[in-house]
Design a binder for this molecule. Structure first.
Ligand SMILES: [Zn+2]
Length: 243
């Protein structure tokens, strides 16, 4: 075979390879299983997968994209005007409207960042409600919180890294209220191995697949009365704190 012929064949093979790769990417984009593929877009109807957490973190700083995704969920919410300065600047806080059931945060005034709201929507729909039904036989009507935004460094120290609360990319969950009137309190119900304790551990474990930081009473005394959830960007998709 002459040399120019070989070059032509190599060219054809390279092109075939590229086309096959493009078809594969297109297939992955559209097919079930994309929740495990980091380069595909996040859809709120997808099950929670290996890449879901990094896709939520990647919404940080993408205000328009995030608000459009939140809108597609059917959640009624009000975006807040940007506020704060420097490390405590918040561009993308949202408040879920009172009376809606998709994201029943209490108090209703709590306004986490849009990416946090996306993570919380997935958490409530695919973790909190199914676990409440399975372990407690009822529906969660309120997720009680100690709040989201707080302009401070971690553990309110004088120096050191800034808290994710400073940009509303965090939420402290203190308990849950069920449709049948029962209350589950992180402080009171975490100890032991009753149904309420099992529910709290299950929702903590489920949060670890959605948030880059999930801290519970298992971590330290500072978290005895709440689950701390946040979206710290640690650069790589696999690095998470789950305690
Ligand atoms: Zn916190």
């Amino acid at each position: 075979m002459r040399i120019p012929n070989i070059i032509a064949w190599v060219r054809r093979l390279v092109w075939l390879g590229l086309i096959a790769f493009a078809l594969l990417v297109g297939y992955a984009w559209l097919q079930p299983g994309r929740e495990d593929l980091p380069w595909t877009p996040l859809a709120l109807t997808d099950p929670i997968g290996m890449a879901t957490r990094s896709k939520i973190v990647d919404l940080t700083g993408e205000r328009d994209q995030c608000l459009a995704l939140l809108d597609s969920s059917g959640l009624q919410f009000t975006p807040r005007e940007p506020f704060g300065a420097d490390q405590c600047r918040v561009e993308d806080a949202v408040r879920a409207d009172a009376g809606q059931t998709l994201l029943p945060l209490a108090p209703a005034s709590v306004a986490p960042s849009c990416p946090m709201a996306i993570g919380l929507l997935l958490w409530q729909a695919q973790v909190v409600q199914p676990q409440a039904q399975a372990l407690l036989g009822s529906k969660v009507t309120n997720i009680e919180t100690f709040g989201s935004y707080s302009c401070r460094r971690m553990y309110a120290r004088e120096d050191g890294p800034w808290s994710e609360h400073a940009t509303a990319d965090a939420l402290d969950v203190s308990g849950f209220v069920l449709a049948d009137g029962r209350r589950i309190s992180v402080l009171k119900d975490w100890p032991g191995d009753g149904d309420k304790a099992r529910f709290l551990r299950a929702v903590r474990n489920g949060a670890c697949d959605l948030f880059s930081t999930t801290l519970s009473p298992d971590y330290n005394a500072a978290h005895a009365d709440h689950l701390h959830l946040d979206l710290a960007d640690r650069g790589t998709m696999s690095w998470r704190a789950c305690r």
